[in-house]
Write a protein that binds this ligand. Structure first.
Ligand SMILES: NC(=O)c1ccc[n+]([C@@H]2O[C@H](COP(=O)([O-])OP(=O)(O)OC[C@H]3O[C@@H](n4cnc5c(N)ncnc54)[C@H](OP(=O)(O)O)[C@@H]3O)[C@@H](O)[C@H]2O)c1
Length: 326
């Protein structure tokens, strides 16, 4: 099969498509013919091995898995022993290592049936960003009437967070650049703040919850815009656009500071470490199936253009998700 393969950490521009062995599913796994794979900042971390702290998970000396990529959508090509939930031909989506390839093997608890009304690209856009948004809003116990401020509202995680907070009945303020204002409003934001026209957190207003996917803003500044008993969820560590934050921790200092400070303040400061779970994947699937959630896909790139897809994502201004079609 064709796949993006790399044996060592590298610049994404050095990635190439190679012929490599087809994976074979073991018990409890399925083999998926991948039709679309979304790229996210986590994919960039696994390709570059940055920040160095992330290598504890991705592999200390070299990447643990030669094929990068996580989120995918496609058809089941074969099933391993004991798998009864899926059959060859089923359309599925999910998240498992090795998605930037024609085929991948995935444990059954990492996938769900693809909602029929959406494209493969849209389905591939859901898992990491959708689950992150679900878990961020769970951390703030989002409820009707609550004011929720979403920084990075037009990005991969932000477009899900705005829709989910709005569906929960919150009063949503989305912060984005001018090109995304209309989209963010359509996704359900009651108010849109253009951060290029001044300090988005300026003024005396306070929010019950802030979900920060954009990174970069100091903790004290975010706390000043938060209600005395409000909740701040820090999703993005490094500043959007990837500049600053350092090669070792890359902005995670803010999350560490939030963790250290939270027990000593009435505000809740939550550093999020999201995970794709079967329950959250299933709830996102149901919402996408009944039309109450629309995965937003910005651009699609062919497999040979993975370096360009990652460059585009890392520029920090994607509208929704960047997807590779295979
Ligand atoms: N903690 C976790 O478990 C977890 C999970 C998933 C992702 N993440 C992190 O969360 C962050 C966001 O991920 P993503 O996939 O949503 O990224 P993304 O798709 O690149 O979106 C980032 C958004 O930030 C906006 N932005 C850029 N500069 C901004 C500024 N100064 N103020 C406000 N918004 C600004 C950009 O749009 P415009 O500037 O054009 O409006 C863009 O839409 C990344 O750092 C990622 O690594 C963390």
């Amino acid at each position: 099969m064709r796949a993006v393969v790399r044996e060592s950490y590298c610049d994404p521009d050095a990635l190439q498509v190679c012929e490599t062995e087809m994976p074979a599913p073991v018990a409890g796994e399925v083999l998926v013919r991948v039709r679309a794979a979304a790229v996210d900042h986590g994919t960039w971390h696994t390709i570059t091995g940055l920040p160095f702290a992330a290598r504890i998970v991705t592999g200390l000396r070299r990447p643990r898995v030669p094929v990068p990529g996580l989120d995918f959508a496609g058809e089941v090509a074969a099933v391993g022993a004991g798998v009864t939930r899926f059959r060859p031909g089923d359309e599925v989506f999910g998240s498992s290592e090795g998605a930037l390839a024609e085929y991948l093997r995935a444990p059954v608890d990492r996938l769900a049936a693809k909602p029929p009304g959406i494209s493969y690209a849209q389905a591939a856009a859901i898992p990491v960003s959708g689950c992150t948004a679900v878990q961020a809003l769970r951390a703030v116990s989002v409820q009707r009437g609550q004011s929720v401020f979403v920084l990075g509202a037009g990005g991969g995680v932000g477009t899900f967070a705005v829709q989910l907070a709005s569906a929960a009945g919150a009063h949503v303020t989305g912060v984005c650049g001018p090109a995304k204002a209309e989209l963010v409003r359509k996704l359900g934001a009651d108010e849109v703040v253009d951060y290029t026209r001044g300090d988005a957190l300026g003024g005396a207003r306070r929010w019950d919850a802030i979900v920060d996917t954009a990174g970069g803003r100091p903790l004290r500044r975010l706390r000043r815009a938060l209600a005395p008993q409000g909740t701040l969820v820090i999703v993005g560590a490094e500043p959007a656009g990837g500049s600053g934050g350092g090669r070792i921790l890359q902005g995670t200092q803010r999350q560490l500071a939030a963790m250290a400070l939270s027990p000593f303040t009435r505000q809740r400061l939550v550093p999020l470490l999201s995970k794709v779970t079967p329950a959250d994947l299933e709830s996102l699937r149901a919402m996408a199936a009944d039309g109450s959630l629309t995965p937003v896909v910005d651009r699609t790139f062919p497999l040979v253009e993975v370096p360009a897809a990652i460059r585009y994502l890392r520029a920090g201004h994607a509208t929704g998700k960047v997807v590779v079609t295979i």
